[in-house]
Design a protein around this ligand. Structure first.
Ligand SMILES: C[S@@+](CC[C@H](N)C(=O)[O-])C[C@H]1O[C@@H](n2cnc3c(N)ncnc32)[C@H](O)[C@@H]1O
Length: 224
């Protein structure tokens, strides 16, 4: 398996530029523009200070998420899907955690193009809201800091797609901002109960919470 090089390469971000672009158009168009202006930093909260190393931010996410995910695994998982994987900065770890394979999907080709090729990772472009994955094909649907950035009109489709590709008995593991502050144009302020209502086909437990640049991130997990 290999990383996919998309047709569009991101522009080099200006030194020190971490200003999020204005969301002229919410949804995928916004994330394309953000990738163009911020490059690999597009996938993390721009409230991380300019000098924060992207690797350090990612290490913080790893430390927060992986013990919680490991506690939810039964040991028989073989394939993990990373929905909205961006550059795939977390996707290879998912393959290692299950000692299997990981598929990363994202609608922004420029972000996928920044992904490092990895033998156990397959990065795929998502088009027209469809996950490029067969029915019941994955043991774990993982998504991190993605659903909050999807406009309400597209969200039901995304969630239905997550359900379609997850095998019976599979694990849903998601981490999303539940920050109680006015939402910027590109991000929805939602609560844990909002996420539970959005995925009524799985009983989600809050298994953890951590801070990301001042925002509270809830970690929810459940099996179908
Ligand atoms: C804040 S970034 C997080 C990326 C990645 N999960 C990470 O933690 O590095 C949000 C990601 O969601 C992706 N995205 C936007 N709309 C999406 C959709 N409808 N379905 C799946 N992913 C989407 C964006 O392209 C972007 O890569």
């Amino acid at each position: 398996m290999s990383g996919v090089a998309g047709p569009v390469g991101p522009a080099e971000p200006e030194a020190g530029a971490v200003e999020a672009p204005e969301p002229a158009q919410p949804g995928v168009a916004y994330w394309r523009e953000r990738a163009r202006t911020l490059g690999a930093r597009a996938v993390v909260n721009v409230d991380h200070p300019d000098e924060a190393d992207l690797g350090d931010v990612t290490d913080g996410h790893r430390e927060a998420l992986w013990p919680l995910l490991a506690a939810e695994l039964t040991g028989d998982e073989q394939v993990v899907l990373d929905v909205g994987c961006g550059t795939g900065r977390l996707t290879a770890d998912l393959a290692a955690l299950v000692d299997g394979d990981a598929i990363g999907v994202d609608p922004v080709a420029a972000l996928l193009a920044l992904g490092e090729p990895h033998a156990r990772v397959d990065l795929r472009l998502m088009t027209e809201g469809r996950l490029p994955v067969d029915d019941d094909a994955v043991d774990v649907v993982f998504t991190s800091l993605v659903l909050g950035g999807i406009p309400a009109a597209a969200l039901d489709r995304t969630v239905a797609e997550m359900r379609r590709v997850l095998r019976p008995g599979g694990l849903v593991f998601l981490s999303e901002s539940v920050a109680d502050r006015p939402e910027p144009g590109h991000w929805a302020a939602r609560t844990v109960d909002d996420y539970r209502a959005l995925l009524p086909w799985v009983t989600l437990r809050e298994v953890g919470r951590f801070d990301d640049a001042g925002d509270g991130i809830a970690v929810l997990a459940g099996r179908v």
